[in-house]
Ligand binder design. Structure first.
Ligand code: PAF
Length: 286
């Protein structure tokens, strides 16, 4: 695996190559990232992984400061894989933001930038879309792989690829990788206390229970209310949002909706903000 830090080093490695797969990350790599890399290796001949903790997608300075930065361990981890990625691209902040961090970012997220994750993290999606677009222009991948856990991110990235990259990049998603207790894998889990780690699966459990109720014919709004109560009964969890949206357009659904739905949750568990989601089909009610 080659480690490169600048776009010119990256282009020197990639210019003669086609069929490039790209896995963007903010480092602190875990099994979830390895699943993304594995899929990229199936989908493409050459795989580039980026590690960059993007300052503009953090709305809270403390959250940015506390975000784990483990580049050396990440490199060791990737090098120890039987089949690791071909290139690790770890640019500096100056490389990604040559004009400084104060420059206004293009408004790409629109109304979706200020709901769900965007409501709690103002500017997050503009920063995320900016950096993903920057990486897409630097790496020029044919395929880009994202985790399904960040559902709103995935939706916005797909929309940006359609609008700005004329669908020239195939965005593929990898199902959320879960710990044994079904907690979604996340770099943030490293900050969970043992008690919080044990409490956090309530988010997934409550969503699965709500899905069961909906499948049995219970109205989505009632099932959501019951999931909300289940999460709120966990003393370590402070619910941010729990919502059911149409997977096609991310708009909240009414009780008479039928089609592909996605349930989204975010909560702070003992000081650590976690998100998760599940997708399922809601049949038309007779
Ligand atoms: O999902 C992430 O880790 C980040 O949002 C991403 C896509 C690497 C952009 O910084």
């Amino acid at each position: 695996m080659k480690v490169v830090h600048t776009v010119s080093q990256l282009r020197a490695e990639l210019d003669a190559l086609e069929n490039v797969g790209f896995v963007p990350t903010m480092g602190a790599l875990h099994e979830g990232h390895l699943a993304l890399i594995e899929l990229a290796q199936i989908e493409a001949e050459v795989v580039v992984v980026s590690v960059f903790v993007n300052p503009t997608q953090f709305s809270d300075d403390q959250d940015f400061a506390k975000y784990p930065r483990t580049l050396d361990t990440d490199i060791e981890m990737l090098q120890s894989l039987q089949k690791g990625p071909d290139i690790l691209f770890a640019p500096s902040v100056d490389e990604v933001y040559p004009d400084g961090l104060g420059q206004p970012l293009a408004p790409r997220a629109g109304a979706l930038g200020s709901v769900f994750e965007g409501a709690s993290r103002p500017g997050h999606f503009e920063g995320m879309l900016h950096v993903v677009s920057w990486f897409f222009r630097a790496v020029r991948p044919q395929v880009a792989v994202f985790g399904a856990k960040d559902a709103q991110q995935l939706f916005l990235v797909k929309r940006m690829v359609h609008r700005e990259f004329k669908d020239q990049i195939r965005v593929v998603e990898v199902e959320t990788v879960r710990a044994e207790n079904m907690l979604a894998r996340s770099s943030r889990n490293a900050r969970l206390s043992p008690a919080a780690f044990a409490a956090a699966p309530v988010l997934f459990e409550a969503m699965v229970k709500a899905e069961e109720l909906i499948t049995e014919g219970v109205a989505p709004s009632i099932a959501l209310e019951s999931a909300r109560k289940q999460i709120e009964s966990q003393p370590l969890a402070k619910l941010d949002y729990l919502a059911l949206v149409n997977k096609e357009n991310f708009a909240p659904i009414a009780d008479d909706f039928s089609g592909h739905a996605q349930m989204l949750v975010a909560a702070v568990v003992d000081g650590v903000r976690l998100i998760d989601n599940i997708s399922f089909y809601i049949q038309e009610q007779e």
